[in-house]
Design a binder for this molecule. Structure first.
Ligand code: SAJ
Length: 419
């Protein structure tokens, strides 16, 4: 049975491009989101997030009536769940626990409209066991249908975990080109999922089970987190030893089997700074390096804040007639990485907010990808304006606009090594 109608639950950074991609292959797609503003925006053929080329894709899909957005799920042949999996609130220093409530709500919202033969795919990055949990919620709500946890290959409903692995900023290309890990709860679940993704995926669709697929996704992001932690630790060591970490890394990377990543102000985004905790919270005794890497990367913004405070003190020593109220600090970049508008879990944003809370002088922010900010005591200004008004320049995100300028000012804190 082919998939005539596909529903994507959660129209965010992953769900919306995925929905648009199916629609671009002339599938009827029903996007579902609880955010009325997002739904209205999409139905006008516009987008509520910044992602290269997505606007054209969505606009064409809506115009040709292959994509519509709604707030309440409607029947479909396949449901892809792409909702957030944040943490539960916890005390500082505790190991954060994943919050599966969005998955639970999505499962409960689609349960009443499921019919025999439907496929349900969990795309959200999830702790090991989440797909089985989702299957249990669905089975609980629909006692008239059979599910793979009890009926295996013969189940009425097929269920799989197929984690998204696309890079923000390159989503449209990577959705098509990347290989997919397909973790079905049975062989049939996997085969049906491959059939669905082959609608637009050019990469390989590699079959495994749901738990391994969950762990594969967490492993990819934890691997990157550990490697960035190594770079961040090197940057702190080099600062202590008065060595240029960027030169050091470029030298070490000339070795054929060494490939050190880049240090920065910390690790942000909703993925790499989050997903390793899903492993640590499940296996705290075993996950030692993964845990330490998280702590190293989470400490880096505090280290940068201390550097800024030292720079302010140095500036005042060099300018004895000035008081702290005369010192203007500019923070270049607020997003969690270059050339995007996403401020979620952004170390640059946190550093700027923290400086603004304590600094008695002016704090400027330069973020070319957004038009307004809501941080007390922070003025969003243009690059040109900040260059003329600033005493202490703090480079936090290597946006393309910032790479074009050269700052030879004595009071520069460059966490990205571009000035
Ligand atoms: N960063 C560094 N140094 C580096 C590379 C990155 O400090 O050398 C920082 C970035 O500035 C940013 C954070 O790490 O704050 C994460 O950025 P990223 O570009 O490494 O990754 P994300 O979070 O945008 O996307 C990741 C990707 N995962 C991997 O590359 C293994 C993407 O493929 C996933 O789909 C995505 O997480 C996700 O949704 O899980």
């Amino acid at each position: 049975m082919s998939f005539e109608t596909i529903s994507v639950i959660g129209l965010g950074y992953i769900g919306l491009p995925t929905a648009a991609m199916f629609a671009s292959r002339k599938k009827k797609v029903i996007g579902v989101d609880i955010n009325q503003h997002a739904v209205d925006t999409i139905n006008r053929g516009e987008i509520h997030i910044v992602e290269p080329d997505l606007d054209m894709l969505v606009s064409a899909a809506v115009q040709q009536e292959y994509l519509k957005a709604v707030t309440v799920p409607e029947p479909a042949d396949a449901f892809l769940i792409a909702v957030p999996t944040p943490f539960k609130p916890c005390e500082a220093g505790d190991i954060p626990e994943p919050d599966l409530s969005y998955i639970e709500s999505a499962a409960k919202a689609i349960a009443p409209i499921l019919k025999k033969g439907d496929l349900v795919i969990l795309e959200s990055t999830s702790p090991v066991g989440a797909t089985e949990q989702m299957a249990a919620w669905l089975a609980d709500a629909r006692k008239d249908l059979s599910f793979p946890q009890t009926s295996g290959e013969l189940a009425d409903i097929n269920i799989a975990h197929c984690p998204e692995r696309v890079l923000p900023g390159k989503v449209v290309t990577e959705l098509v080109q990347n290989d997919r890990v397909i973790g079905g709860m049975s062989k049939r679940c996997s085969e049906r999922s491959v059939e669905l993704y082959k609608t637009f995926v050019m990469g390989d669709c590699v079959i495994t089970n749901a738990r391994t697929a969950e762990m594969a996704k967490l492993t990819e992001n934890s691997s990157r987190d550990v490697q960035i932690a190594f770079a961040n630790e090197l940057s702190i060591i080099c600062d202590e030893l008065n060595i240029d970490v960027w030169e050091l890394i470029s030298l070490a990377n000339r070795h054929p089997r060494v490939n050190i990543l880049e240090p920065g102000p910390g690790v942000g985004g909703h993925c790499i700074a989050v997903d390793p905790w899903f492993i640590v919270s499940k296996t705290p005794e075993q996950a030692k390096i993964i845990h330490t890497a998280r702590r190293v990367n989470d400490f880096k913004p505090d280290w940068v804040i201390e550097k800024i405070k030292v720079a302010v003190a140095d500036f005042l020593s060099a300018n004895p007639k000035k008081t702290i109220k005369d010192v203007t600090i500019a923070c270049y970049g607020l997003a969690f990485k270059p050339d995007i508008d996403d401020l979620r879990e952004s170390p640059a944003f946190d550093i700027t907010r923290s400086i603004a809370k304590t600094h008695l002088g002016k704090v400027l922010a330069i973020e070319p990808n957004i038009t307004s900010i809501d941080i007390d005591n922070v003025e969003l200004v243009s690059l040109d304006e900040s260059l003329t008004r600033t005493d202490i320049h703090v480079m936090l995100v290597d946006h393309k606009q910032f790479k074009k300028i050269k700052l030879n000012d004595a009071f520069v804190i460059d966490t990205k090594g571009i000035w």
